[in-house]
Write a protein that binds this ligand. Structure first.
Ligand code: ATP
Length: 606
C-alpha cells in the first residue's frame, strides 16, 4: 500500500517502471487476459508477420523492374519482363492489403475484448477493496489515473505491439536483404546503427521520466476538478470559486511546464533522427553510386538499397518512440497489477461459498473489549475497551458528544474495519467467521444524508433487493409512508431521481431509504438520525415508518436529538471513545453529574 506514497505538492510519487526482465515478466502476466482470444491473436500475429514480409518484397521487385527497364533501353531485354514483374507486384500489394485489413481488425477486436475483461476485473477489485484503502488515497486521482493507465494499455495492445513486431521484421529483413547483395553497403549502413541505438535509449529514458511527470501533473488537475465538483455547494457557499480557479490554474501551469519540457526533448530527438535517417540514406546513395560506377552493382540493386535503407532507417527511427511507449505501458500495467493484487474484502466477499446459505441471523450483537485505531491515524486510539451487548430485537441508542466515536462503532459493526483488539460477536460467533457478503446482506443502514442513485424511484428502492418485483417495491414504499408522495408524481415509481431527475426533499429521501431497508428485511438495522429537524408532519411520517422498520430487528440508533431516544431499550453514552453510561432514559436521568443528564438538560433547555 505504501507504494502510493503521497507528497505534499498535491502530487503522487509513482512507482518507476524499470525495464528489466522482472518487470517485463510481471507485465506479461496481464497477457493472461489475451488467453481466451489466443486463436484470433495467433492468426493476427501470423497475418502481421506475413504482411511485413510482403513489404520486403516491394523494394526487391522494384529493383527488378528498374533492371529490366535498363536492359530494355540498352536493347538487350524486352518489356514483357517489366510488365510481368509489375503485375506480380500489384498482386503482392493486393495480398498485403487484405492481410493488413485482417490483422488490424483482429488486433482491435482481441485488444478491446481482453481490455473489457481487464476493466471489469479492475473495477470489481476497486469497489471491493476495504475502507482502509480508500481512506489513504484521493479517490478522484485514483479513478483518473486508472482510466489513463487502461487507455495506455489499450493503445499498447492495439497499436504499439503490432507496430513493434512489424518494425522489427522490417529492420531484420531489410538488413538481411541488403547483406544478401552487398556486404560492403551493409557495413556502411551498420556503422550508424549503434550510434542511433544509444541515442535512442538515452532519449527514451529521459522522455519517459518527463512524460510520466506530465501525466502526474495532469492527474492532479483532474483531482482538483473532481473535488471541486463534488463539493460544489461548499465552494459556492464560501464564494471560493476564485480560490478553486487559482488552484486549478496553478495545477495547469505545473502540467504545462512538465509537458513543454518533454516536448522540447522530443523535438530535439526528432530533429536528430531526421538528420540521422536522411544522413544514412545519403551515405548509402553515395557509396552505392560509386559501386555502380565500378560495375559492382546494377541500377536495380541500387534502387533496392535505397528502398531497404529507408525501411531500416524508418524502423530504427520508430523504435525509440515505440520503446518509450512500451515503457509507459509497463508503468501502467504495474499500477493496474498492484491494484489487482491488493487484497482485502474482495476475498471475503466473493471468497469460497459456504457449504450452505447463511440462515437468517437472530441479530444478537456483542462488542467484547473492543479497541480501535484507524489505520490512517496510527497512535490515536478512537475506541477503548468497548463492551456492549444487544439481543435480538432490542433498540439501542448511541449518544454522546461529537467525535466521541459513535460512527466508528457502527463502522466496526458493518465490518468496514475490524477491531484492533477484542472481538465483535454476531449471534455469538466472531464476525470474522462469516462471509462479508452474508453478514452485510442481513444488515441495513438508513444514513443521515440519503444519497439516491441516478435512476427511477423503483430502482432506488430495489437497491436493497435487486430481484424484487413491482408489488414488493410498492408494499415496502407503503410501509415506509412513501407510497403517497410517489403517487403524486405523474410517472409514479418510474420517476427519475438523482442528477438528471427530480429532486426529492430530505424527508422524502429518508422515506425512500426506509423503504429500501424494509425491502431488504435485515436482522440488524442501523439508523443514523438526521440532525436537521423536519416539519412535524414529515417527522411524524418518518417516525411511523421507522417504527415499522425497527419491529423485530436489532436496531442501533445514532441519536442526535434525545427526544427520539426516550423509548429505546437502552441508551449507550459514549464519550472520548469509552462507554461512560448505559441504561434507559429514566435510569440515566438519575445519575448526578452524568453526561447524559447534562446533554439532556442542554437539549431540553433549547
Ligand atoms: P459525530 O457525532 O460528530 O458524527 P462520532 O461520535 O460519530 O461524531 P466518529 O466519527 O466515530 O465520532 O469519530 C471518532 C474519532 O475518530 C474522531 O476523533 C475522528 O476524528 C476520528 N475519525 C473518524 N473517522 C476517521 C478516519 N476515517 N480516519 C481517521 N480518523 C477518523
Amino acid at each position: 500500500m505504501a507504494r502510493y506514497s503521497r507528497n505534499d505538492q498535491a502530487g503522487v510519487e509513482l512507482p518507476k517502471a524499470k525495464l528489466d526482465r522482472e518487470t517485463l515478466r510481471q507485465a506479461l502476466e496481464l497477457f493472461r487476459y489475451l488467453r481466451p482470444y489466443r486463436g484470433r491473436f495467433g492468426t493476427a500475429l501470423a497475418a502481421l508477420f506475413g504482411s511485413s514480409l510482403l513489404s520486403l518484397a516491394f523494394p526487391y521487385l522494384a529493383g527488378s523492374i528498374v533492371d529490366a527497364a535498363v536492359l530494355h533501353t540498352k536493347g538487350t531485354g524486352n518489356m514483357a519482363g517489366v510488365d510481368r514483374t509489375a503485375l506480380v507486384l500489384m498482386g503482392i500489394l493486393a495480398l498485403q492489403a487484405s492481410l493488413s485489413y485482417f490483422h488490424f481488425l483482429s488486433f482491435a477486436t482481441v485488444g478491446q475484448r481482453s481490455l473489457i475483461d481487464l476493466r471489469r476485473d479492475t473495477y470489481a477489485r476497486l469497489i471491493s477493496l476495504p475502507m482502509t484503502f480508500f481512506a489513504q488515497r484521493r479517490v478522484g486521482e485514483l479513478a483518473s489515473r486508472l482510466s489513463a493507465d487502461l487507455i495506455q494499455i489499450e493503445d499498447t495492445l492495439i497499436t504499439i505491439l503490432p507496430q513493434f513486431l512489424r518494425q522489427s521484421t522490417l529492420l531484420v529483413g531489410g538488413i538481411a536483404m541488403i547483406a544478401a547483395t552487398s556486404l560492403k553497403l551493409t557495413g556502411i549502413m551498420l556503422v550508424s546503427l549503434p550510434v542511433l541505438t544509444v541515442v535512442a535509449v538515452v532519449f527514451g529514458r529521459k522522455t519517459r521520466k518527463i512524460s510520466r511527470e506530465a501525466q502526474d501533473r495532469l492527474a492532479d488537475t483532474a483531482t482538483i476538478v473532481e473535488e471541486t465538483l463534488q463539493g460544489i455547494v461548499n465552494v459556492k457557499a464560501f464564494a471560493n470559486e476564485g480560490y478553486e480557479l487559482n488552484r486549478y490554474h496553478a495545477g495547469l501551469g505545473r502540467f504545462l511546464t512538465a509537458t513543454l519540457r518533454g516536448a522540447r526533448l522530443r523535438a530535439a530527438f526528432i530533429a536528430f533522427i531526421i538528420f540521422a535517417l536522411f544522413g544514412s540514406i545519403v551515405l548509402v546513395l553515395w557509396s552505392g553510386a560509386r559501386l555502380l560506377q565500378q560495375g559492382e552493382i546494377t541500377f536495380g540493386d541500387l534502387t533496392r538499397f535505397i528502398l531497404y535503407t529507408t525501411f531500416v532507417a524508418g524502423a530504427m527511427g520508430q523504435f525509440a518512440e515505440l520503446y518509450s511507449q512500451l515503457q509507459k505501458a509497463i508503468g501502467a500495467t504495474q499500477r493496474v497489477r498492484e491494484l489487482l493484487r491488493e487484497s482485502g474484502e474482495v476475498e471475503a466477499l466473493l471468497g469460497p461459498p459456504p457449504p450452505a446459505a447463511l440462515p437468517r441471523l437472530r441479530g444478537d450483537v456483542g462488542f467484547e473489549q473492543v479497541y480501535f485505531t484507524y489505520p490512517s491515524r496510527p497512535g490515536v486510539e478512537v475506541l477503548h475497551a468497548i463492551n456492549l451487548t444487544a439481543t435480538s430485537g432490542q433498540r439501542i441508542a448511541l449518544v454522546g458528544p461529537s467525535g466521541a466515536g459513535k460512527s466508528t462503532l457502527i463502522s466496526l459493526l458493518l465490518r468496514l474495519y475490524d477491531p484492533s483488539a477484542g472481538r465483535l460477536l454476531i449471534d455469538g460467533q466472531d464476525a470474522r467467521d462469516y462471509r462479508l457478503a452474508d453478514l452485510r446482506g442481513q444488515m441495513s443502514m438508513v444514513p443521515q444524508e440519503v444519497l439516491l442513485f441516478g435512476g427511477s424511484i423503483a430502482e432506488n428502492i430495489a437497491y436493497g433487493k435487486p430481484d424484487a418485483n413491482a408489488d414488493e417495491i410498492q408494499e415496502a414504499a407503503r410501509q415506509a409512508n412513501a407510497h403517497e408522495f410517489i403517487q403524486t408524481f405523474p410517472e409514479g415509481y418510474a420517476t427519475l431521481v438523482g442528477d438528471r431527475g427530480i429532486k426529492l426533499s430530505g424527508g422524502q429521501r429518508q422515506r425512500i431509504a426506509i423503504a429500501r431497508a424494509i425491502l431488504k428485511n435485515p436482522a440488524i438495522l442501523i439508523l443514523d438520525e438526521a440532525t436537521s429537524s423536519l416539519d412535524s408532519e414529515s417527522e411524524r411520517l418518518i417516525q411511523e415508518a421507522l417504527e415499522t422498520l425497527m419491529r423485530g430487528r436489532t436496531s442501533f440508533i445514532i441519536a442526535h436529538r434525545l427526544a427520539t431516544v426516550r423509548h429505546v431499550d437502552r441508551i449507550i453514552v459514549i464519550a472520548g471513545g469509552r462507554v461512560v453510561e448505559s441504561g434507559t432514559h429514566d435510569e440515566l436521568q438519575t445519575i448526578d453529574n452524568g453526561v447524559y443528564r447534562r446533554l439532556a438538560s442542554l437539549q431540553f433547555r433549547e
